[in-house]
Design a protein around this ligand. Structure first.
Ligand SMILES: Nc1ncnc2c1ncn2[C@@H]1O[C@H](COP(=O)(O)OP(=O)(O)O)[C@@H](O)[C@H]1O
Ligand SMILES: [Mg+2]
Length: 295
């Protein structure tokens, strides 16, 4: 079974458990499953999904739920599907795939916004045994407690620069020693870890001087801002694959965005949402120019 459908089954299962007697609450939105619109069209055409004003649902939920149970691990498929949605970086994808078998291999993505750092982390976070913490959100339970209470194989941390120094110290020690040491009532216990850390940071240069260990503990991959040619490919991919814009129009929108100096593929997404209401080159030009005027 496709990993995508397995994901839908999981989601619907939760909704059905929560609202067993309200089938109208079993529908989900595209955002909830993070599906590119062309996939929805594909699944609708194949007669797998039904649509209502509030969202979509599997037509044969029971059948898919049964298959999902016997199918076993779908997480690796999801991981690969999420990697496939990233344009380029074939070498990094290969490294990530091999890293899954290693222990104590830590990867840090550094670089400017919109270079797919979070996309890479999301792929890893979809794996069984992974846990995702946000740099600033680690404080609540405390990183030490989190590592003690969970057997984490892949720890995923976005926005590492926001992690409190106390947690960062714990993290760097755990990464190197693959151990967590607890002293309670004068008794010292050690928990052995089997963990890789995958993290992302916007400005490594800002903190590498104060925390030199970062560079030595991690395999640092510094992603560069896209060249105009690369950006064109990425914008085109986002517009066609994620937003379902027709290829000729997508090419025009991508070119217009680049001509006006837009460097973030997220801008392509925003423009796509508006242009879908009137999918013409002229309207797309107008929207981009207006965005530029008020930026
Ligand atoms: N190489 C790429 N392939 C596909 N989409 C990309 C790529 N780079 C950026 N994007 C688009 O840009 C958006 C932002 O990417 P993200 O991973 O959040 O960047 P970062 O975390 O580096 O700021 C993504 O949602 C995606 O739509
Ligand atoms: Mg990010």
């Amino acid at each position: 079974m496709e990993a995508l459908i397995a994901r839908i089954v999981e989601l619907e299962k939760k909704k059905r458990q929560k609202f067993p007697n309200s089938p109208d609450k079993w529908f989900w939105t595209v955002e909830e499953v993070r599906l590119p619109p062309y996939k929805i069209t594909e699944l609708m055409n194949k007669g797998i999904l039904m649509k209502s004003p509030v969202g979509y649902r599997l037509i044969n939920f029971d059948q898919y739920a049964k298959t999902a149970e016997t199918d076993g691990s779908t997480d690796l498929k999801t991981f690969n599907e999420l990697l496939d949605m990233i344009v380029g970086y074939d070498d990094i994808k290969e490294l990530l795939r091999s890293s899954l078998k290693a222990t104590g291999l830590h990867v840090l993505f550094a670089g400017p916004p919109a270079t797919a750092k979070t996309m890479f982390l999301e792929a890893v976070a979809s794996l069984d045994g992974s846990m995702r913490v946000n740099g600033e959100a680690t404080t609540k339970a405390g990183l030490k407690e989190t590592l003690l209470e969970n057997d984490i194989r892949y720890l995923v941390i976005d926005e590492l620069e926001k992690m409190p120094p106390k947690d960062l110290t714990i993290l760097l020690n755990a990464m190197e020693s693959q151990q967590i040491v607890v002293t309670q009532h004068n008794k010292r216990t050690v928990k052995e870890l089997n963990m890789n850390v995958y993290a992302a940071i916007n400005r490594l240069d800002k903190i590498e001087r104060s925390i030199p260990e970062l560079k030595s503990r991690f395999m640092v991959l510094t992603l560069k801002e896209y060249t105009p040619e690369e950006l064109l490919t990425v914008d085109y991919h986002v517009l066609t694959k994620m937003e379902g814009i027709e290829p000729t129009l997508a090419k025009q929108i991508a070119l217009t965005l680049i001509k006006h100096g837009f460097k973030d593929p997220r801008d392509a997404k925003k423009v796509a949402k508006v242009v879908k209401t009137n999918p013409t080159v002229e309207f797309a030009e107008k929207v981009v120019q207006m965005l530029k005027r008020y930026s």
